[in-house]
Each structure stands twice: as structure tokens, then as C-alpha cells.
Design a protein. Structure first.
Length: 287
């Protein structure tokens, strides 16, 4: 499988809403892949077609502007090429600012672009994509157009909610298996309120969220050989045994640990820069 995968950093002022932009380009006619349990995604197709298989029936074909709600599990996808796309990995705050839809109610689905964006915004993205296809604009120009759309998000998450979500991200990033007690000490709300906010922004309660993030970070370690050996030791120690490691990685990435070592589109999506503060310490250039 031949493809190009490139990361584009978002504008600093949008770091709370966009984890990263990513470019995928291939001349292949057809690539079948598995998308890990990932945050909400905004994807603009410059050429080719993307279909995501969230249903038990058939993949959901999408248009030129794709809105993929937060994923609680891995999902198959089909990329029909030759293809060139630009994706934006949205943070939990970014998703709520754009969609205002609780992650525990709306997840693992492709939403119509018209349900999130105005016709003018969709036309702006489509025009920028067409200019990229014609060679009159770069992918960086397209990312700027996407950033403008995200910056104009119509909803404003409550400041106290944002503070809790930011604390949860710091907690998730503090270790592979941080204790729940540490999270409760970081927030000034009741356990019931914490459960409610965790469900709204992440789709599940904190204990389940930690399990998912732990599996995704373990997959990052296996998919990124440049990470220090200390991360591998810490990752292995956070699982009861190898059977639990394999089970959780398969559940949330759709792959075995051995398969993660092969270069693939899904391994590109496991780049730590695409997962926000919870994965910041795992970036090869961190520290």
C-alpha cells in the first residue's frame, strides 16, 4: 500500500479545538482500513471518496465534506482513489463548539455536513478543495479555510465544563494508568457531576475512558518505534497481562499488536500529535 501521510499543526489559538490536521494522499484505487476509536473528525476530500462502516449493513458513503462523530470503538473504512484529503482531529471542546451534541448520544456515525455547517461554510470548504485539486491552492491553504470554519463554531461550552475537561486531559496524560482518586482531587465537582460531564464530552465515564485511552496509547507505543523504551516498559506494566493488552488494543484499534508495527493509514492516525494533551508526553520530541 502506497500513501503519503503528513501532519499540519493547527493555529495556536485553536489548540483547544483542533488536535492536528493531517493529509492523506494515495494513488491506490482502493484502500480498506480500520479507523481507531478516535475523536470527532472533520475531513475535506480534494479527490477520491471516503466511506466509513459504522453500521452492520454497509459502509456509509460520504460527500466532499465529512463529519465523523466521536468513535467509541474502531470502525472499518474504505478509501477509493486516487485520493487526497485533509482531516482535522477535533478535541472534545472543539466537537461540542461545532456540534453541541453529547458524545454519549451521538457517536460512531457520519453526520450530514449540513447538520453542522451552514451552506456558505460548506461552499467555502468545497471551493478551497477544488482550488487544491487544480493546483491553485496548497493543503496549508485548505487547512486555513478549515481553521476558519472551526473558529466560527456557533456554540460556546461553559467555562466550568472546559476547566473539568482540561483537568481530565491532564489526568489522562499524567501516566498510562493514573488512579481515579487523582482525578477527583483535580476537580471541584461531585463524582456524579464528573460522570455526567465525562459522558457528555468523552462518551463514557472516567473509568471506561481511561481504559480506552490506555489502549490507544499502548497502540501508539507499538506503532511508533521512535518512542523511548521507558514508554514500552510503563505501557506493559499498566496491563494485567498480555492477553488483556491484546484484547483492549483489538477493541479500540481493530488490530493486533503485531499488525500495528506495519506501516498503515491507521498507524498514522495513532501519531501522538493527533490525540491532544493526553498523549503529549509521548511525542518523540517531547521534553
Amino acid at each position: 500500500m502506497q500513501f503519503r501521510f503528513e501532519i499540519i499543526a493547527p493555529p495556536p489559538e485553536l489548540a483547544s479545538r483542533i488536535n492536528t490536521f493531517y493529509v492523506i494522499e494515495t494513488e491506490e484505487d482502493r484502500i480498506e482500513e480500520i479507523v481507531p476509536a478516535y475523536s470527532a473528525q472533520l475531513v475535506v476530500m480534494v479527490r477520491g471518496r471516503l466511506s466509513l462502516d459504522h453500521s452492520p449493513d454497509a459502509p456509509q458513503p460520504s460527500g466532499s465534506v465529512v463529519v465523523n462523530a466521536p468513535q467509541m470503538r474502531s470502525s472499518p473504512c474504505l478509501l477509493e482513489g486516487p485520493a487526497l484529503l485533509l482531516g482535522a482531529s477535533l478535541t472534545q471542546i472543539g466537537w461540542q463548539a461545532l456540534a453541541n451534541r453529547p458524545a454519549d448520544k451521538v457517536h460512531d456515525t457520519v453526520l450530514p455536513a449540513q447538520a453542522i455547517f451552514s451552506e456558505v461554510q460548506i461552499a467555502t470548504l468545497q471551493r478551497a478543495a477544488a482550488e487544491c485539486a487544480e493546483g491553485r491552492k496548497s493543503m496549508a491553504d485548505l487547512s486555513a479555510a478549515m481553521a476558519g470554519v472551526v473558529a466560527a463554531a456557533p456554540h460556546s461550552p461553559r467555562a466550568d465544563h472546559v476547566a473539568v475537561i482540561e483537568a481530565m486531559m491532564r489526568w489522562l496524560g499524567s501516566a498510562f494508568d493514573p488512579p481515579l482518586e487523582a482525578l477527583h482531587e483535580m476537580v471541584d465537582i461531585s463524582p456524579r457531576q464528573l460522570q455526567r460531564l465525562s459522558r457528555r464530552y468523552f462518551g463514557v465515564p472516567p473509568a471506561q475512558l481511561l481504559k480506552r485511552f490506555r489502549a490507544i496509547r499502548a497502540a501508539m507505543v507499538l506503532a511508533n518505534p521512535a518512542l523511548p523504551d521507558a514508554f514500552r516498559d510503563e505501557m506493559m506494566a499498566s496491563f494485567f497481562d498480555q492477553a488483556h493488552l491484546i484484547h483492549d488494543i483489538r477493541r479500540y484499534t481493530g488490530r493486533t499488536p503485531t499488525q500495528l508495527r506495519a506501516r498503515s493509514l491507521s498507524s498514522g492516525l495513532l501519531d501522538p500529535s493527533g490525540h491532544g494533551e493526553a498523549a503529549e508526553r509521548m511525542r518523540p520530541d517531547a521534553g
